[in-house]
Design a protein. Structure first.
Length: 212
C-alpha cells in the first residue's frame, strides 16, 4: 500500500479510526491503476449497467402493480391501452419514490444488509406461500395474502427502525439477521393460521361433501 494511503484505510496504533471506509479502496485503486481515457470508458460502462438494471426494475414492478394489483381490483376488465398508460404512470411514480428514498434515507446499514432486508420484504412472505401452496392441501388464499403482508415486517431490519423498536420495547440487541429469522417465523405462522381459519371455497366444498 502506498504510504499516503495507509492512513486513510488503516486505523492508527493509537486507537484512532481509519479516515475512509474500505469501500473506497476499489475506486481509488482503479483511479491510480488505469489511465484517464480508460477510466472514462469504465465509468461509462458502470453507468450503463446501472441504468440497465434500474430500467428493468422499473418496468418489472410497474407491470406487477398494473397486472397483479390494480387489474384484479377493478370491476371492469382493463383494455390494453389502459394497462400501458397505467404502467407508464407507475414507472414515473416508482422512479420518484426511488429518488426520494435514496436522497432522504440516512441509514447506517451496509449495502449488502440493505439489499438483503429490502429483498426479504417479499421473499420471506413468499417462502411459506410457495412451499405451502405446493405441498399442503390445506393452504388457502387468505393464508397466502396474510403471509405476504406479514413479510412487510422485514422492513424492521433497517437500522433506524430496528433501533427504534429495540429501544421502545426494551429488547436485547437485535441484528438484521434476527429480524429476518423472526419474519420467516411470523409469515409461516400467519400462513398456517390464516389457512386453517379461512379455508378456500373449493377446499371448504370438498370438506362439506366428505362430511355428508
Amino acid at each position: 500500500m502506498a504510504p499516503e494511503l495507509e492512513g486513510l484505510f488503516v486505523a492508527s496504533s493509537e486507537g484512532g479510526e481509519a479516515e475512509l471506509s474500505p469501500l473506497y479502496a476499489m475506486p481509488i485503486f482503479l483511479g491510480r491503476l488505469l489511465p484517464a481515457g480508460v477510466i472514462g470508458v469504465v465509468s461509462a460502462a458502470m453507468i450503463a449497467a446501472f441504468m440497465s438494471t434500474h430500467d428493468s426494475y422499473l418496468l418489472c414492478w410497474s407491470s406487477v402493480i398494473t397486472q397483479d394489483v390494480v387489474a384484479p381490483l377493478k370491476s371492469e376488465q382493463m383494455t390494453a391501452n389502459q394497462r400501458i398508460r397505467l404502467t407508464r404512470i407507475m414507472i414515473v411514480v416508482i422512479g420518484i419514490f426511488i429518488w426520494a428514498w435514496g436522497l432522504f434515507y440516512d441509514g447506517g446499514d451496509d449495502v449488502w444488509d440493505y439489499m438483503a432486508i429490502t429483498g426479504a420484504i417479499y421473499f420471506t412472505g413468499a417462502i411459506p406461500l410457495l412451499i405451502g401452496g405446493l405441498y399442503w392441501k390445506g393452504a388457502s388464499t387468505v393464508g397466502a395474502k396474510l403471509s405476504l403482508l406479514a413479510g412487510c415486517s422485514a422492513v424492521l431490519g433497517l437500522e433506524p427502525l430496528r433501533v427504534a423498536v429495540q429501544n421502545a420495547l426494551q429488547l436485547p440487541e437485535l441484528t438484521s439477521a434476527h429480524v429476518g429469522l423472526l419474519t420467516v417465523g411470523l409469515t409461516s405462522t400467519v400462513f398456517v393460521i390464516g389457512s386453517l381459519a379461512f379455508p378456500s371455497e373449493k377446499q371448504h366444498d370438498k370438506t362439506t361433501t366428505i362430511e355428508k
